[in-house]
Design a protein around this ligand. Structure first.
Ligand code: SAM
Length: 350
């Protein structure tokens, strides 16, 4: 595993003097609020279920399947007269999603508004429709990712990750994409190593590599235990480009995590995904998983953003449905609840 440099990066705009600070940058929010967890949690312990063994699928129903697929996927399948292979669909998804993370949103919204007025002036009704669609997507992205910070949701994630009994943990992130959550977790429990795994090379070369070096993660000072600001370049991260199904690790990880993976396979394959969370876990280790919530805001988001987001099979579930998958696969659920747009679970093998 590569050891990245442990010094402060050249561009480290925030430090401990910026605690309680939040600010909107053109592409994302930075959020250093609540370093001592004195404010209300942003992870809501649902405590809906006290005995998972008493819950059945009849009680909770099955997840909601998102059916509006992206135009790129539909065109590809028409052209090739076959279903898009799953890995190809992730390659489309990751390129498309990444494009949005790096947008200068205010600038693009102004340009989209100008374009809309121009098309209206020229009575170009087809173009007007296209411009309205683009403006809607930009406005929704601005709200969901930039203003609300619902996708990265550092305060929700920190609250979910809080209170783990680990020291210098080795962390395995399955389907890591840009790796955000493992970096947040590593910042909170420093000193160990992170292995990120994704079979789409673009995730390593672009999504992770272009994740801003200057993004401040609120974590812990290893020496003093006090809050401290961490940057990507200070972290000990190994990014592996491989299929999860090819991994050959032993039971060597204190924490195995995934964010938005379980809901991308139908029921017949869920057990296989869950098994990969167990396979490389040390005895007594933690599994942390999140999946998108089934709420009207999210259903609307995946409809409006379908061309950006929907290249793969996708379900939206509630925390009881997610918990039942995890419990029935042989895990005990230590915490279950939700943040802005995701459900979250911390579990241990039974
Ligand atoms: C929905 S994304 C995770 C959400 C993520 N937070 C994001 O921002 O995109 C799932 C990731 O898992 C990866 N993935 C899916 N199946 C995989 C497999 N069998 N092996 C390795 N990576 C896989 C995809 O390439 C994708 O980057």
């Amino acid at each position: 595993m590569s050891i990245e440099m442990m010094h402060k990066p050249e561009k480290a705009p925030f430090d401990e003097s910026n605690f309680e600070f939040t600010n909107l940058l053109p592409s994302y929010r930075i959020d250093l609020r609540n370093p001592r967890n004195e404010m209300p949690d942003k992870f809501f312990n649902a405590n809906l279920v006290s005995d998972w063994s008493q819950l059945s699928w009849k009680d909770v129903g099955k997840p909601y399947e998102v059916k509006t697929m992206s135009v790129d996927l539909r065109n590809w399948e028409r052209e090739h007269e076959q279903k898009m292979p799953v890995k190809t669909s992730w390659e489309y998804f990751n390129r498309s999603f990444h494009e949005w993370f790096i947008k200068d949103v205010p600038k693009e919204r102004s340009a989209a508004k100008e374009q809309l007025f121009l098309n209206m002036k020229q009575f170009n009704m087809n173009e007007v429709k296209t411009s309205i669609g683009e403006l809607m997507r930009l406005s929704l992205w601005n709200y969901a990712h930039r203003v609300e910070d619902g996708i990265w949701d550092p305060r929700g994630k920190r609250a979910l990750f809080e209170g783990l009994d680990v020291k210098k943990p080795n962390i395995l992130f399955l389907g890591a994409a840009e790796g955000y959550e493992a970096m947040q977790l590593h910042a909170m429990y420093p000193g160990g190593q992170v292995v990120m795994v994704d079979y789409d090379e673009f995730c390593k070369t672009n999504r992770f590599a272009e994740f801003p070096d200057t993004y401040p993660f609120l974590g812990t000072n290893e020496q003093t235990g006090s809050p401290r600001v961490w940057y990507k370049k200070q972290m000990n991260i190994d990014y592996v480009v491989d299929d999860i199904r090819n991994l050959k690790y032993g039971k060597e990880f204190d924490i195995v995590m995934s964010v938005g993976l379980l809901e991308h396979v139908p029921d017949a394959y869920k057990e296989e995904i869950l098994d990969f969370h167990r396979r490389f876990l040390k005895p007594g280790g933690y599994v942390i998983m999140t999946t998108p919530r089934n709420q009207w805001k999210s259903r609307m988001y995946y409809r409006v953003m379908s061309d950006v987001m929907n290249h793969t099979y996708r379900e939206l579930m509630d925390i009881r449905q997610m918990g039942l998958y995890v419990y029935q696969s042989g895990f005990d659920i230590m915490r279950h609840g939700y943040m802005k747009v995701h459900n979250g679970i911390v579990a241990k093998q039974r």
